[in-house]
Design a protein. Structure first.
Length: 106
């Protein structure tokens, strides 16, 4: 997926802190964690639909803190980190038979 940059969004209560992460190397463009020296940062404005979604997530799970990663497309769309989404889908869907719904044997 083409992306212009990534965003790490940290939420504390109802306060959202969004940091743009701009990759300056080929390795960092694939995974920004692979080349910290090639990164630059900036503050980002959070789109209303993203704000609503992440605050709903925290409210649903009665959390006061979480962090989210997004890729931002050249047209400005925020796309949730696909590596995390399957985990969240299992947690969010009580009908799904995933690891989050299995109890360890006693």
């Amino acid at each position: 997926m083409p992306k212009s940059h990534e965003v790490r969004l940290t939420v504390v209560g109802t306060d959202l802190f969004a940091a743009e992460i701009h990759a300056g190397s080929d390795a960092a463009r694939v995974d920004w964690r692979s080349d910290y020296d090639a990164l630059t940062y900036d503050v980002s404005k959070v789109p209303d639909d993203v704000r609503t979604g992440v605050l709903g997530w925290l409210e649903h799970f009665r959390l006061n803190f979480d962090a989210f990663d997004f890729a931002v497309t050249p047209s400005g769309d925020w796309v949730g980190d696909v590596r995390v989404q399957p985990v969240r889908r299992v947690v969010l869907d009580p009908e799904q038979d995933g690891p989050a719904h299995r109890r360890a044997p006693r």
